[in-house]
Design a binder for this molecule. Structure first.
Ligand code: BTN
Length: 246
C-alpha cells in the first residue's frame, strides 16, 4: 500500500494542503502519507474559493505523492485517478456518482466532494503533488453559501465512522494511483470520461463570451474539455474558461 501507509492526524489546522507542504519542506515524508484533520480554519477550494466543513463531520485529507513518472504536461492524469478513487469509495454507499469536469464529485445534481491538487515542478519533473480532498460525510446543514453541497448523511440518512471511511478511501485511492504507476493512464482516462456529469447531454454552458447549448464529447489527454455546439462546431476549453449552468 502506498496511499495511507502513514497517517498524520491534526485536531485542527489552517489547511491540510498547506500543512502537508510545510511538512514536506521540513521532513522526509514517505510517499502516500495522508495529512488529515477534524477542522480547517481556512480550508482552500479550487479557484481561490474556501471549503466549508463542520468540525469532526467530514473527511479533510491531503495525500502526499511523488509522481515523477508523470510528465508535468500530463498532470491531469493524477486528478483523474483521484476523482475515480473517490467514486470507487462512494459507490459502496450510493448507487452512482459522477465527475463534474475537472474534478468535482457529484451525486445527482449536488456536490459531495472537491479536489485540490497542488504540484511542484522542478527541472521539468513533478517534484511532489499534494492531493487535497474534502469529502462530505456526516454534515447535515451547509451554511457557507456553496450552491449545492450534499453529504453521505443527507443522501442516505445515516451516520458513518470517519476512521472506517478514511481507510476505505485510502485503499480506493491507492488502487487508482497504482493504475497510473502500471502505465494504464489510458484506462484511467476512459473510466473518467465514462463517469462525466452531463456526458453527451445537451445542456447550458457559459464561456468567456456568452451562454450556449452544447454537449460534452470527451476530455483531451491534457484535461481540456471538448464540446459540440448546436451549430456542429467543436470547441475546446481549459479550466476556468467554461462554466456549467446548473
Ligand atoms: C473545490 O473547490 O472543489 C476543492 C476543495 C478541496 C478541499 C480540500 S479539504 C482538504 C484539502 N485542504 C484544503 O485546504 N483544501 C482541500
Amino acid at each position: 500500500m502506498i496511499i495511507g501507509s502513514n497517517l498524520l492526524f491534526f485536531k485542527n489546522l489552517s489547511s491540510t494542503n498547506t500543512r502537508a507542504a510545510e511538512l514536506l519542506r521540513k521532513d522526509n515524508l514517505q510517499e502516500g502519507t495522508i495529512v488529515y484533520t477534524n477542522h480547517q480554519l481556512s480550508g482552500r477550494g479550487f479557484s481561490g474559493n474556501s471549503w466549508e466543513s463542520e468540525d469532526g463531520k467530514n473527511l479533510l485529507i491531503s495525500v502526499v505523492l511523488f509522481p515523477s513518472f508523470i510528465n508535468p504536461e500530463d498532470q491531469f492524469h493524477l486528478s483523474m485517478a483521484i476523482s475515480l478513487g473517490i467514486c470507487d469509495f462512494l459507490i459502496r454507499y450510493v448507487p452512482f456518482c459522477t465527475i463534474k469536469w475537472p474534478n468535482d464529485i457529484y451525486v445527482n445534481n449536488d456536490k459531495i466532494a472537491g479536489i485540490l491538487v497542488e504540484s511542484s515542478i522542478m527541472d521539468s519533473k513533478i517534484e511532489y503533488s499534494i492531493a487535497g480532498i474534502g469529502l462530505n460525510i456526516n454534515q447535515e446543514n451547509f451554511t457557507g453559501g456553496a450552491p449545492n453541497p450534499v453529504s453521505l448523511l443527507r443522501l442516505t440518512g445515516r451516520n458513518y465512522d470517519l476512521d472506517v471511511c478514511l481507510n476505505q478511501l485510502a485503499t480506493d485511492l491507492d488502487g487508482r494511483y497504482k493504475q497510473l504507476i502500471a502505465g494504464k493512464s489510458g484506462q484511467t482516462r476512459k473510466e473518467y470520461i465514462s463517469k462525466l456529469f452531463r456526458l453527451n447531454e445537451w445542456c447550458e454552458y457559459k464561456d468567456l463570451k456568452s451562454n450556449f447549448t452544447g454537449r460534452i464529447l470527451t476530455i483531451s489527454d491534457s484535461g481540456r474539455i471538448i464540446i459540440e455546439m448546436q451549430t456542429g462546431e467543436i470547441a475546446e476549453y481549459s479550466f476556468k474558461e467554461l462554466e456549467f449552468i446548473l
